[in-house]
Design a protein around this ligand. Structure first.
Ligand code: MGD
Ligand code: MGD
Ligand code: SF4
Length: 753
């Protein structure tokens, strides 16, 4: 049966409504039936959508969850959120006490023994090789207070800027994109824009699987007004693409050509907005020279739709159609994630998407916004905002800027010059250095690098060295990195602790503690505080007694910057279900649109213009002239196809959590390879056959799923499966600016196994 797109939209909305369960979930109440004794307010453990959840607790156990009706998700959760009770209750898989590796085996130890060993390794590394021989590798899933604390311990306490984390693998190109275009990180708009947008330009994001509750909101918007258009630009025909008015399929990695060609058409059709760009925008070349609009037009001559067709495989007419759709829309909203970020030109792809908004003046009004979707629940609030990367300082400050270091040293009460002026090593450089034995001691917290790093064989080999040391804080005994760590610490998990998550739209929500940690588990904040004390970090630098003290200092630090969220007191957070920064005072409602007079508290009410991009010196945004360049490893005669990797709806990353839910595990028990029907025919592959995938790094066998999802020449493998670690095959090339790896493209050959 062939469905019309309208019918598909209806069924997709119905399916996501079914998925997005509302209210109590009797079938999910796995631990103990009946009414909970209490409901505790928190945030979902998984994606950057940041849905509010209410946790039902009975007799000290989590028995159920339901969506928080007062948070942005209005009571809805997807299946991963709904399955949280079965994950919290998977206590048999938990690490419940510390361990030390002895003769290759992890043996139980006391907290004292484990922490003393950790500290002796860090101290001797610093003594013999200096502070740059140690590192912290954290996570966009750690609480804000955890990231802020670790960042301060390392950068102020140990004078070491080797602070990195998985957001480098995830959001670094978006950070780079916002910085270069506006001078400050983080999205301008908010979720409410979805309800006002008239055209969704979804590029490199599979929202239906990765941000299901936001996708539901997009689908609802389209259902409410059939004139609303959806354009999906993705080399795979995902479920997201199936509700689109237009799905643009193309050669992966050629977005730059398509985006420049769209700009070309917008100007050709006179859909550009000179009143906006003459007032608010500087045109910039790659070597940071200001040029005029004429030079931009000339640059775009290399990207006529016909020329872009040759690069990308998208018919010129289709490029014209989507450009006109975007250009004619009264409120276009672009949404993107890893399809743009995980490339060696990830920052540029971010810039070129933003260019479309700057060229048409479609910013700063409801619905019109360039909205990067964040992956992890706290990549924004935790790592990006607290500056927990090797080149950043809290609240948008940069290590390499002496003014920024001095301002923070003053706020932190440090002696001038305490913060080392040289940025630390970015993630790939850091793990390279660890593998070469140059980094001697690494603290890994809330991340599973032995499965998630690209070209991972290289790094797991390095983790086996005898002359380096890795301490890991990990709640699940079967996580891949546990196999390689020297000391394993048992952290409290999700609702066993308290702290803040900040999601995609700059919304900070408090997770309240619902149950006691099991066994000897401790919140990561307590583990880090203990580490700092044993390392002899000055108590004036780390003066905190608990997680709330850390939040209060962080609020204070933010108040001197445009991130300002001083008004988000704990009392307010306990009462409200999330607030968007900037929020300078206790009576401020939070900010939906940044850079807009009347909304953004950083702009004086009597400022002369409607918008002010205060992140840049002259208050103007930057429209960049960025040329197309090919991927790091293009297909060739030996490896003629492209391998791309990504996500499925029911699993989270390395599967340590979602594999604990029987419901989620059943829906995707193993990784597989998605093969196009034509390619399958060519190679004699049928659905369910074993297929050998081989790249220059390694080879592995997967079961085939033959479908029309991948375009010919492309295969896709999800990366959740610990028994089939696809990162053994991927490439560790990275973007020169953001240092984010190119997980989305490498050359591969396939054959029936
Ligand atoms: P991916 O599957 O990594 O997810 O969210 P997404 O980025 O939406 O990739 C998205 C799409 O990029 C894929 O459909 C792929 O075909 C497309 N793509 C590949 N190459 C290209 C290209 O060259 N150009 C374009 N335009 N598209 C391309 C990721 C997000 O999801 C993140 S970062 C995290 S951390 C969270 N993880 C996560 C999870 O693990 N599971 C689930 N279910 N949800 C998650 N949400 C978050
Ligand atoms: P996770 O499975 O999220 O993956 O990569 P990882 O961060 O390595 O790991 C989180 C770990 O923290 C889990 O082992 C979990 O059990 C543990 N954990 C859970 N809660 C807590 C807690 O409260 N405290 C502590 N200490 N630990 C806890 C993610 C990374 O992977 C990301 S963000 C992206 S976007 C990349 N995407 C990507 C891709 O698209 N393709 C491929 N091939 N690889 C990728 N890798 C990257
Ligand atoms: Fe959790 Fe994301 Fe699902 Fe919301 S959409 S319930 S945040 S996994």
């Amino acid at each position: 049966m062939k469905l019309t797109r309208r019918e598909v939209l209806k069924s997709a909305a119905a399916a996501s409504a079914f998925m997005a369960l509302n209210g109590t979930l009797p079938d999910m109440a796995v631990a103990a039936p009946g009414e909970p004794d209490k409901w505790v307010k928190a945030v979902c453990r998984f994606c950057g959508t940041g849905c509010g959840v209410m946790i039902g607790v009975k007799n000290g156990k989590v028995v159920t969850v339901k969506g928080d009706p007062n948070n942005h998700n209005k009571g809805f959760l997807c299946l991963k959120g709904a399955e949280l009770p079965s994950i919290v209750n998977a206590t048999k898989s938990r690490v419940t006490r510390p361990y030390i590796r002895n003769n290759g085996q992890l043996v139980p130890a006391s907290w004292d023994e484990a922490m003393n060993l950790v500290v002796s390794k860090f101290k001797s590394a610093i003594k013999e090789h200096g502070p740059t021989s140690v590192a912290y590798y954290g996570s966009g899933q750690a609480l804000t207070e955890e990231s802020y604390l670790a960042n301060k311990i390392w950068k102020a306490g140990l004078r070491c800027n080797n602070v990195e984390g998985n957001p480098r693998l995830c959001m670094a190109s978006a950070v780079g994109g916002y910085y270069t275009s506006f001078g400050k990180d983080e999205p301008i708009g908010c979720y409410k824009d979805i309800d006002a947008a008239t055209c969704f330009f979804i590029i490199g994001a599979n929202m239906s699987e990765c941000h299901p509750i936001l996708f539901k909101r997009v689908a609802a918007r389209k259902q409410a007004d059939p004139n609303v258009k959806i354009i999906v630009v993705d080399p795979r025909r995902t479920n997201t693409a199936r509700i689109a008015d237009i799905h643009v399929s193309f050669k992966p990695g050629t977005d730059l050509a398509i985006l420049n060609a769209m700009a070309y058409v917008i100007i050709e059709e006179e859909l550009d907005n000179p009143r906006f760009y003459n007032k608010y925008v500087n045109f910039m070349t790659n070597d940071k020279k200001k040029v005029d609009f004429k030079a931009y037009r000339k640059f775009l001559q290399d990207y006529t739709p016909e020329k872009a067709e040759k690069i990308s495989g998208v018919p010129a007419e289709q490029i014209r159609t989507i450009a006109k759709m975007f250009g004619n829309a009264s409120a276009p909203m672009s949404l993107w994630t890893m399809g743009l970020n995980q490339h060696i030109r990830g920052v540029w792809a971010n810039n070129l998407t933003t260019n479309l908004h700057l060229l048409t003046g479609q910013l700063g009004k409801p619905g019109a916004t360039n909205f990067s979707l964040t992956g992890q629940p706290n990549a924004c609030g935790g790592v990006r905002d607290t500056g927990s990367l090797c080149h950043l300082l809290p609240a948008g400050r940069m290590i390499k800027k002496s003014k920024d270091r001095a301002a923070l040293e003053k706020q932190w009460g440090l002696k001038p010059g305490t913060i080392a002026p040289k940025p630390g090593l970015h993630t790939i450089a850091l793990w390279n250095a660890f593998s070469e034995g140059k980094i001697k001691a690494m603290f890994v917290l809330c991340t599973n690098p032995a499965q998630s790093l690209p070209n991972v064989n290289m790094y797991t080999e390095g983790m086996k060295r005898k002359d380096n040391f890795m301490v890991l804080s990990e709640p699940f005994m079967d996580a891949e990195t546990v196999k390689y760590c020297d000391v394993l610490l048992p952290p409290a998990f999700w609702c066993e602790k308290r702290g803040v998550y900040g999601c995609t739209e700059r919304r900070y929500s408090l997770l309240m503690k619902a149950i006691e940690p099991i066994g000897e588990c401790r919140p990561d904040v307590d583990i880090l505080l203990d580490f700092a004390k044993r390392m002899g970090v000055d108590p004036k630098v780390i003066p905190f007694n608990n997680v709330d003290d850390i939040w209060d200092e962080w609020r204070e630090v933010s108040s001197a910057t445009p991130y300002n969220f001083k008004g988000m007191t704990r009392a307010r957070q306990e009462k409200e279900s999330g607030i968007l920064w900037p929020c300078p005072t206790e009576d401020h409602p939070g900010t939906c649109h940044r850079y807009v007079r009347g909304e953004d508290p950083n702009i004086p009410k009597d400022y002369k213009n409607k918008m002010w991009f205060y992140g840049t010196k002259d208050g103007k945004a930057r429209l960049w002239l960025r040329p197309y360049a090919p991927a790091a490893e293009e297909p060739d005669a030996k490896y003629p196809m492209v391998l791309t990797t990504g996500r499925v709806i029911d699993h989270w990353h390395t599967g340590t959590m979602t594999m604990k839910s029987p419901v989620l595990r059943r829906s995707f028990p193993n990784a597989y390879v998605e093969v196009n029907i034509d390619d399958a025919k060519k190679h004699g592959i049928k659905n369910g056959d074993n297929v050998l995938l081989e790249t220059r790094r390694d080879k592995m066998v997967f079961q085939a799923k033959v479908s029309d999802v991948c375009r010919p020449g492309l295969v896709f493998v999800p990366w959740f499966d610990q028994n089939l670690i696809i990162n053994k095959l991927t490439l560790n090339a990275f973007d020169k600016g953001s240092k984010q790896p190119e997980y989305k493209i490498c050359a591969v050959r396939i054959k029936k196994a």
